[in-house]
Design a protein around this ligand. Structure first.
Ligand code: CTP
Length: 394
């Protein structure tokens, strides 16, 4: 619920993307935001106000001069923590850029002092028109935020740039804008996902890690203003906007990329489930002829290597154990020379590989903190809170 207590005004203008605004509203409400919807007349051609009022649980505003609430444009503007316009048509963008306030939405943008985010959606030719481009640039230079539009098939039959960004991406950007940047200046490298150690061209040894924990850390760190490098093994997760992502396959590859970049960062968080063993890779596909014996050798311990660096950054390791959780975590803390170990019990059905939640113990030299069952994003917040304290102490 990263938008809990936040007041958002969602402005919907008259473009086909208006149907996607319904999903944007649903996601914002799900994230805990209190959303007031303002529609232009054009928007009503696409979606009915009833759809929005049902989902927001409040009335939908449409008129500047509302007999029941004559100052609605001022109160709505003052109360909002953020105004989101999705979709934002060329017409609305143009009016705001020119200082025209001829409907409730454009009037309240003019009266607002909160951040304004626009998600343009229009035909490619319109988007590429130099007037529209000039308007967007002018608004950006005044501090207005934009997301998209994306490339793709447009409702008008064209293919090109003009499609409104996906609701999930828009929601993420709203959260980004409203999150205080308390990690500004921190440079962090996060690893995520599994590694693959190939046996032959078509087979590999791996583990069930999906990368969710590492990606959550990278996403939250970025949101809080850190500059983030994400080194990830193979996952099916979507890239994170604004995070430099480096894709790797095996443990050796991950080691190389991490060591290459470690000099640039203040902290390394090794959330990856790095495979502990590899075998010499056969050039040809192994035939299925009787028994096969593999000789497994240990992969390099990346964290340990980082712990031995003369100028080492803040180091965070993970310990997934099936027994003696605390003992194992403490041993890793000391043996690998870490500042913090995030320990989770692989026997816990709500935690670990592939889950969206995690129950962890944060182990430090001075003591430990047992956290309740939390979403992986909340766990990421807590880990980063600790990293922030260590960073500020340095
Ligand atoms: N790790 C690493 N390099 C490896 C293996 C693991 O950097 N080759 C990191 C992981 O990213 C994780 C931490 O070390 O942050 C703990 O991983 P784990 O495999 O549990 O630790 P091991 O040292 O292998 O301990 P053990 O097998 O004794 O449990």
């Amino acid at each position: 619920m990263s938008l809990k207590g936040k007041r958002i005004t969602l402005g919907v203008t008259g473009g086909i993307g208006a149907y996607k605004a319904v999903e944007v509203l649903r996601l914002l409400v799900k994230e805990g935001a209190c959303v007031t919807v303002v529609m232009t007349r054009g928007a009503e051609q696409f979606v009915t106000p009833l759809t929005f009022s049902t989902l927001s649980g409040g009335r939908v505003y449409r008129e500047v001069f509302d007999p029941h609430d004559p100052l609605s444009h001022i109160t709505l503007a003052q109360e909002a923590d953020l105004i989101l316009i999705a979709p934002a048509t060329a017409n609305t963008i143009g009016k705001i850029a020119s200082g025209i306030a001829d409907n409730l939405l454009t009037t309240l943008v003019m009266a607002a002092s909160c951040p304004v985010l626009m998600a343009p959606a229009m035909n490619t030719r319109m988007y590429e028109n130099s007037i529209v481009q000039r308007n967007i640039k002018a608004l950006q230079s005044l501090g207005y935020h934009f997301i998209g539009p994306e490339e793709g098939e447009l409702a008008c039959g064209y293919t090109g740039r003009g499609r409104m960004s996906e609701p999930e991406e828009i929601k993420e950007m709203v959260v980004d804008i409203l999150t205080s940047k308390d990690l500004e200046g921190l440079r962090v490298l996060v690893t995520a996902g599994p590694t693959r150690e190939f046996i032959d061209p078509v087979r590999f040894i791996s583990n069930p890690s999906t990368g969710k924990m590492g990606f959550a850390i990278a996403r939250v760190a970025k949101r809080r203003g850190a500059s983030v490098i994400l080194v990830t093994g193979p996952t099916s997760l979507k890239p994170i906007r604004g995070v430099e992502t480096i894709h790797v396959e095996g443990a050796f590859d991950m080691r190389e990329k991490v060591l290459e970049r470690v000099g640039e960062v203040d902290a390394v968080i090794m959330a990856a489930a790095v495979g502990d063993f590899y075998t010499e890779r056969m050039e040809r596909k192994i035939k299925r002829e009787g028994q096969l014996t593999l000789c497994l050798k240990p992969t390099p311990d990346i964290l340990k290597e980082l712990g031995n660096l003369r100028e080492r950054p803040i180091l965070v390791g993970f310990a997934a154990e099936t027994e003696d959780l605390l003992k194992g975590a403490r041993r890793k803390l000391v043996e690998k020379g870490l500042d913090l170990v995030v320990a989770n019990d692989l026997r816990d059905p709500d935690s670990g590989f592939g889950k969206d939640t995690n129950r962890v113990i944060i182990v430090e030299r001075e003591g430990e903190e047992e956290l309740p069952l939390l979403s992986k994003e909340e766990v990421a917040w807590r880990i980063l809170d600790r990293v922030r304290t260590l960073w500020k102490r340095d």
